[in-house]
Design a protein around this ligand. Structure first.
Ligand code: ARG
Length: 432
């Protein structure tokens, strides 16, 4: 490993302790290394603006930061255990290439605000991705709701056949869920969109740092004002981001549950596209819905990441090294969650209903509620109508298509109101 930035003369480094301190931290820093480089560029510009770097030094630093980013992308520079972390790797490289200009860049900053700014930049991108995927899912669900509004499907409560419903109603439910999830990701992104760079180790620094410049250069919507709160908010904004992701994962888990039930021979409502199924190593007949099962199970990884971070935050004020552990949890949670979510749009676009099986699963008892409501509409008090409609002899009067049309007709409770959902989706798309 290169010399540690903080090493004291005469204090020997113990390999086992160093290995424990290091863990996989430097490897995790690969995830937001490019963001750390961009924040370093903004910080250097800010230093030049207050006379802490010459124009020439800034030109050299910016050039070397660009080269480092390119080398990292191409694999010519590998961020590995030679360095304590990504932050010191950037400084080491700048010093190696530029000498004093590299040694000057850390004036007015700490790895504590470096990690904060890199994490916030990274999270803004990830939350934008969550938001975009949720919007895409909602759009597909709305289109299919429209196309399949008249396709009868049993409606269940307690997993028992309840009333006549439609594929359109099923789709519209998921559409609204994912509009909510998109909105939540967008709102969380706006909350995370604050610049902590310049708060140093959590107590500011006695330099007139140009924080307005770094805020604008990095594309943040606002400044994170209090240096102490910049540190106190570490872990808290990661939690909020994971909760926003989790909101989508909760719906993904239930949707995947529906699909794994519906694709079973017992239901037989849905045929999953072949790529989303696997076979068995022993049972040649099997066609297993592994993909939807892993989508469902991914909820656990995101929830675990959230829980790990929550437990880490039992700390007094100021920076503590415990906070470093939030990083692995955050990257793991978002990595798994986004990978699952990213498969959802195509899955939904391509799944096929078996209309015959769905219609066959609608038995006459499922008209009972509609009959009771029809009688009530004719003037029979609902409690009496309810009793009359409980008589199986009357169920034969039911007609699935009529029942369904009545339920989804304009003004009825089951009216899909797809226009209202479309409007919300477009509002969610135009706001940040
Ligand atoms: N890897 C560290 C983290 O994620 C960076 C900050 C180190 N700061 C310190 N004072 N040791 O928290």
């Amino acid at each position: 490993m290169s010399d540690l930035l903080w090493q004291k003369p005469g204090v020997a480094v113990d390999a086992q302790i160093q290995a424990f301190l290091a863990g996989d931290d430097v490897l995790l820093d690969r995830e937001f290394f490019l963001h750390d480089i961009e924040a370093s560029r903004a910080h250097a510009q800010g230093l030049q603006r207050i006379g802490m770097l010459t124009g020439e030094e800034l030109v050299g630093l910016e050039r070397e930061l660009t080269t480092l980013a390119e080398d990292f992308r191409s694999g010519a520079f590998v961020l590995d255990e030679r360095f304590e972390d990504g932050h010191s790797a950037i400084e080491a490289r700048l010093t190696e290439r530029l000498g004093d200009a590299g040694r000057r860049i850390h004036a007015g900053r700490s790895r504590n605000d470096q990690v904060l700014v890199a994490t916030r930049l990274w999270l803004k991108e990830k939350l934008a991705r969550v938001q975009a995927l949720c919007r895409e899912v909602a759009g597909i669900a709305l289109d299919r709701a429209q196309a399949e509004s008249a396709l009868p499907m049993p409606g269940y409560t307690h997993l028992q056949r309840a009333v006549v419903s439609s594929a359109g109603m099923w789709w519209a439910g998921w559409a609204e869920a994912f509009i909510d999830n998109a909105q939540r990701a967008g709102e969380t992104r706006a909350w995370v969109d604050a610049n902590p760079l310049g708060t140093a180790a959590g107590y500011g620094v006695n330099l007139p740092l140009d924080r307005a410049h770094t805020t604008q250069a990095l594309g943040f919507a606002r400044l994170q004002v209090s240096p102490l709160y910049a540190q106190l908010s570490r872990g808290k904004f990661e939690l909020a981001a994971l909760e926003a992701l989790n909101s989508a994962m909760l719906d993904l888990r239930r949707l995947a549950w529906d699909l794994s039930l519906f694709t079973s021979a017992e239901f037989g409502f849905v045929k999953l596209p072949a790529q989303y199924t696997t076979g068995s190593s022993i049972m040649p007949n099997k066609r297993n819905p592994d993909v939807v099962e892993l989508m469902r199970g991914t909820y656990a990884s995101v929830a675990a990441a959230r829980t790990e971070i929550e437990h880490l935050l039992s700390l007094p004020g100021g920076y503590h090294r415990d906070l470093q552990i939030t990083k692995g949890a955050l990257f793991h949670g978002f990595g798994k969650g986004l990978a699952a979510l990213a498969l959802l749009p195509d899955l939904l676009r391509n799944l096929d209903w078996d209309a015959g099986r769905m219609r066959a699963a609608i038995d006459p008892s499922m008209y009972a509620t509609d009959l009771a409501v029809d009688l009530a509409r004719e003037g029979v008090p609902f409690r009496d109508a309810y009793r009359q409609a409980a008589d199986p002899a009357r169920w034969a009067e039911g007609d699935p298509q009529a029942s369904l049309s009545a339920r989804v007709s304009p003004g009825a409770a089951g009216d899909l109101r797809l226009d209202a959902l479309r409007k919300r989706l477009s509002d969610a798309s135009s706001s940040a």
